[in-house]
Ligand binder design. Sequence first.
Ligand code: AMP
Ligand code: ZN
Length: 493
Amino acid sequence: MHLYQEQTLKIYNSLSGEKELFKPIHAGNVGMYVCGPTVYSNVHLGNCRTFISFDLVFRYLKHLGYKVRYVRNITDVGHIEDDADEGEDKIAKKARLEKVEPMEIVQQYSVDFHQIMELFNTLPPSIEPTATGHIIEQIETIKGILDNGYAYVSEGSVYFDVVKFNEKHNYGKLSGRNIEDMIANTRDLSGQSEKRNPQDFALWKKAEPQHIMRWPSPWGDGFPGWHLECTSMSTKYLGNHFDIHGGGMDLKFPHHECEIAQNEACTGQTPVNYWMHANMLTLNGKKMSKSTGNNILPREIFSGNNSVLSKSFTPSVARFFILQAHYRSILDFSNDAILAAEKGFNRLMEAIDNLSGIKTSGTSSVDISGWRQQCYDAMNDDFNSPILIAQLFEGVRYINLLKDGKETITAADLDLLTKTMNGFVFDVLGLKNEGETNTTNDRLEGVVNMLIGMRNEARANKDFALSDQIRDRLKDIGIELKDTKEGTTFSIA
Ligand code: AMP
Ligand code: ZN
């Protein structure tokens, strides 16, 4: 018996605009694809919010007992500035500015992305395909679309014919846009463009002589369009029809709309049963974004090195801050908000530490199994992590009352309380009890400050042999003292 057989999960499907009962195509198995990062700069906290949201989905599905194949790509070619068809490739541009190879940019920021994901305790996907590693598959998808008459070749590039596609299919069904309105709202390019219609989008772009990221194709040297990689790679690893596709809300149009069109044009099948979109993290009320510079980087949070922060925060506190909002709500970042999250996080961890000291009795005055089901109900309702967290604080209340002897609990119920708290806090929410490392750091700081005090005393007594000895011994173990006008500070190598 698996947990998914007892629990009824509902997922909000962006395609229908409704919460729907989740039923995987193959019982017990789930195929999930999530659009990954374009690796031309460090991921900001907004990007991380989306990946943490889908990590929660992945973790909960696994917790329910599903066997999940989770595919999250790396975009390392084809993403043009402003998400357009014309202009410079984001990675090629960064490489030009930094005077390095595009693949050096890709390597640098893929490594950074993985480090940050690990610090946030997100589970690695089952498969992490790259766009440059799947050029052949993308060329095959284009051939399929051309064969079915939904694309055309123009000046060495291949474009998707949106108007033709819309005659038999529905272009706009995910984003709720209407093609007639789209056409009416665009200026006539009076034949200046290679495209038949401004709404058409590139499947393959001809590479100009100076363009370095290029591959041979039946249409000449070029590179794939941005939307194509996700169509080719999702279906390669999950089949033409799979369960869940996720990404940030800003990808709904045009990226995901175009993905659906490409799939349907190539295979005749609509690719995805449940489309999920995570909402944006904002800063000062505006979307966090790489291009505008309105963002905060995870490492700035971990070091406290950003003017909006009064102190540093651990990755688990930042993760907790993110999960305190539902993934479909907008969340605004502020120092006060993350400070409040830290308080809540510490209260939760303290209560978990207290679980082992609770004494059991012959009867329970608390309804643990009813409470446990309420935790599941929260997650079953479209992964409602804020409601789950509210339930976990109800668990904290029980723990505190039990600790003070104001309620009673049997051994079996205490076991259930402990398993449920640990299961949701560590396995499903993916938090880590980092309190230990913090206290160790605090203690180390206390010891060094004590030695600094003793050294000052020695100096005041003109015992320079002792004061130098303290400084040198500390240096030997990698702690360097610095005498400034304001006093002595230290750094740890
Ligand atoms: P990119 O690297 O720009 O392709 O973005 C990677 C992922 O981060 C996509 O799923 C975006 O939708 C998502 N994303 C970008 N900005 C934000 C934001 N401010 N809040 C949440 N997710 C975001
Ligand atoms: Zn994508």
